[in-house]
Ligand binder design. Structure first.
Ligand code: SF4
Length: 313
């Protein structure tokens, strides 16, 4: 991936921030403070089933409405003063054009804490016929979430994990029943508006109860459908959990087996392993090496061998 602009500042805040009460504005956005701009494939979001291999200009902004103790992007997510460059949406689209990408992604920290900026860039991107992609933690009210997701072609919703993880590592107390969680309800809303995939970081010590995990997977499946791709991501020790152990590969495989009872496409992304998409008949559909698509054999959304219909967009 090619960094065009990366100015992650050191420093963080202990407080869990709240962006409650934001409303969408309709004013034209003039300048946007961009902390990060990197060119790379859509697979890095991770999104595997929307235009495989699509190159994106990925943008980051300072701030997040959560304060996860494992945040790999804490230098921008937890520091609203993180340095960046003020760019107009037109300049951002020019940057995308200069780098010959096919779309713009909003990611790294939590883009939706800057609704007007995301809206301004997404609208110009659409006018320029560029794809729009979002990665979000999904904890937003309808009036922020729905209008912005309606401007996206593809979204990855990052479900952090079981209730204990949200409480201990993200500072949120959630209802016992995951179907009541705002993030799960927003998966359903997003799935009605655009292509959606879901990701979950597997942090050792939080995933030991199979019943709890099955309940969570069932809630996600009921919201996004069994054909929504699910990405299980191995944990990389960082920030306040830098001494926590990384995820053993056996744990990834065990949790993938549980998830596979609920989802047709489960990827256990572990240092680039398990990145293939294969049809149940055994035919390779998309061959990836790490994040690079080496071969895409999907034929008008069908398997070239058995004709089974898949869910690529
Ligand atoms: S939601 Fe994402 S960006 Fe925000 S603190 Fe948590 S891991 Fe970091």
């Amino acid at each position: 991936m090619i960094p065009i602009l990366h100015t992650g500042a050191h420093g963080s805040s202990d407080e869990v921030r709240s962006w409650g009460g934001m409303v969408m504005g309709h004013a034209r956005v003039s300048l946007v403070l961009v902390t990060t701009a990197i060119v790379g494939p859509i697979e890095s979001k991770p999104i595997y089933h929307f235009r495989p291999g699509l190159r994106l200009l990925s943008l980051g902004f300072a701030g997040c409405n959560l304060g996860c103790t494992f945040c790999q992007n804490h230098r921008i997510s937890q520091d609203t003063e993180a340095p960046g460059r003020h760019l107009s949406p037109t300049q951002v689209i020019g940057m995308a054009r200069d780098n010959q990408v096919g779309g713009v992604a909003f990611c790294y920290s939590e883009p939706l804490v800057h609704p007007e900026q995301v809206q301004g860039i997404a609208r110009e991107a659409r006018e320029a016929r560029l794809a729009t992609v979002l990665k979000t933690n999904g904890f937003f009210e309808d009036e922020v979430f729905c209008p912005l997701v309606a401007l996206m072609d593809a979204v990855n919703v990052d479900v952090k994990g079981p209730r204990d993880l949200y409480r201990e590592a993200c500072g949120i107390d959630l209802p016992q029943d995951p179907s009541q969680w705002q993030v799960i309800r927003n998966i359903r809303r997003a799935a009605a508006l655009c292509h959606v995939e879901c990701s979950m970081v597997i942090i050792p010590g939080f995933y030991d109860d199979p019943m709890e995990m099955r309940t969570l997977f069932a809630a996600i499946r009921d919201a996004g459908g069994c054909r929504m791709p699910l990405h299980l991501l191995s944990f990389v020790p960082d920030f306040r959990m830098s001494r926590w152990p990384p995820t053993p590969w056996e744990d990834m495989l065990r949790i993938k087996a549980w998830a596979s009872d609920f989802f047709e496409y489960v990827y256990a992304d572990f240092a680039g392993v398990d990145a293939m998409t294969t049809c149940p008949c055994g035919q390779d559909l998309v061959v990836r090496r790490g994040l690079v698509v080496e071969n895409n054999l999907v034929n008008v959304n069908k398997c070239p061998r058995c004709d089974k219909r898949h869910n690529f967009n």
